[in-house]
Design a protein around this ligand. Structure first.
Ligand code: SF4
Length: 294
């Protein structure tokens, strides 16, 4: 699925993947050390895109990080291509043709810029390694004032070496809060020690719930996504998750399938205080709520 999205044409004869590689080869995302360098970089990105096809610069991202949105508030995020970097993916949200699929694939469908950024990030990570990620992080922390960084609105911890990068990054910026939700439980559990400013949330749903007892101890908080038509069958799993979380001193945060939110809120009245405030319809951004990363 992700390959089909990458191979769609963004201009006649030019796929999203072609454009991502072209930008990589031309050095359009070399980490800048100043705002002046950043400005030059943006100019280079535009020139490259326009030299491929006129008008293409409209979808080229300015940097690997993106700065918040209406849901998160002032939180920076670093994303990777969904599915391709999700070795333990189950499903992640909104239904499509009757079945649930990853919410980030939906975003990638209507926003080529979003997917292009994710693919550019992936290429650079794999090809250039830690220093590339570290230098861009330094840029957003020191020159843009990032104080909270979320990993993976799209994507996940796809390999141990990348997990080590994330931990090293958090250790290098103790004043910044880093957090991520993950289904890559075995990768985290194989090397669970991490800096205190890196919060890792276990992403459970009805299909991977059994992993709680094996891996739950290694996570800061536990999340459970209620999704799919058969909610009643999930209630015992939810009850078990809550009990386990309470016994082990972990916070439980419940997320809901958006298209069925009202119905689920009715069904889950007993769990009201564990439901993410945004899911419950409250007007609060993540940077104000902070439940997930404190
Ligand atoms: S619980 Fe709070 S921090 Fe977590 S996703 Fe919901 S609003 Fe954001």
């Amino acid at each position: 699925m992700i390959l089909r999205l990458l191979l769609r044409e963004v201009a006649p004869g030019i796929t999203l993947r072609d454009l991502a590689w072209r930008l990589y080869w031309e050095g359009a995302y070399a980490p800048p050390r100043s705002e002046a360098q950043f400005k030059m970089l943006v100019g280079l990105q535009r020139r490259i895109a326009e030299s491929v096809v006129r008008g293409l610069s409209r979808i080229v991202p300015r940097m690997p990080y993106s700065q918040g949105n209406r849901k998160t508030g002032n939180i920076w995020s670093f994303d990777l291509p969904p599915i391709l970097t999700c070795p333990y993916a189950t499903f992640c949200g909104r239904p499509q043709r009757g079945g649930p699929i990853c919410y980030d694939v939906n975003t990638a469908r209507y926003s080529p810029q979003h997917l292009l950024r994710e693919y550019i990030n992936y290429i650079h990570l794999v090809r250039q390694g830690y220093q590339w990620l570290a230098d861009w992080t330094k840029f957003v922390v020191e020159l843009r004032g990032a104080k909270i960084v979320r990993f993976h609105v799209g994507g996940d911890v796809f390999a141990d070496w990348y997990w080590q990068y994330i931990k090293r990054l958090a250790a290098e910026h103790p004043q910044v809060v880093f957090y991520l939700y993950t289904r890559s439980f075995p990768i985290v559990a194989a090397s669970p020690d991490r800096p205190k400013n890196l919060k890792v949330l276990m992403s459970l749903d009805a299909t991977n719930h059994a992993a709680l007892r094996t891996y739950g101890q290694h996570f800061d908080h536990i999340t459970y996504l209620v999704v799919g038509p058969n909610v009643d069958a999930q209630l015992p799993k939810l009850a078990e998750t809550l009990q386990w979380a309470q016994q082990h001193g972990k916070r439980l945060i419940i997320f809901l399938q958006h298209t069925r939110r009202q119905q689920l809120l009715q069904k889950l009245k007993a769990y009201e205080k564990y439901i993410c405030p945004q899911e419950a319809g409250k007007n609060v951004t993540c940077d104000k709520c902070r439940l997930c990363f404190t």
